[in-house]
Ligand binder design. Structure first.
Ligand code: SF4
Ligand code: SF4
Length: 98
């Protein structure tokens, strides 16, 4: 079994109402980005319960194949930032391939 340990870090997430967020950081083990045509955070969970974990999340998977950082459905960026874009919660590091 191969265990991934080299995931890009979620360097910052400004979405404080998410259950995985505290101190502007994401503390899930790994998040998934991309649903539909926008780079939404699929792991976003609007809940009053907040994790007590101190770990920093990695990007486990990303469905945005049109992002320049996407390689074979994984993120190859050094790190990403997540935040609000209009009403949605999105990867702000998303960069459309030209
Ligand atoms: S990156 Fe996603 S799962 Fe993590 S705190 Fe932000 S919205 Fe929540
Ligand atoms: S930077 Fe691109 S490949 Fe990485 S998580 Fe964001 S949208 Fe996906």
């Amino acid at each position: 079994m191969i265990i991934a340990t080299d995931m890009p870090e979620v360097a910052r997430c400004a979405v404080n109402q998410c259950a995985f967020n505290s101190d502007d950081a994401c503390h899930a083990r790994a998040i998934t980005i991309g649903e539909g045509s926008d780079p939404d955070c699929d792991t976003f969970f609007d809940n009053s319960h907040h994790t007590h974990s101190s770990r920093t999340a990695g990007v486990g998977a990303c469905k945005m194949t049109d992002c320049s950082h996407n390689e074979d459905l994984e993120c190859s960026a050094e790190s990403i930032q997540v935040g609000k874009s209009g009403d949605s919660v999105e990867c702000l590091t998303y960069n459309t391939r030209h």
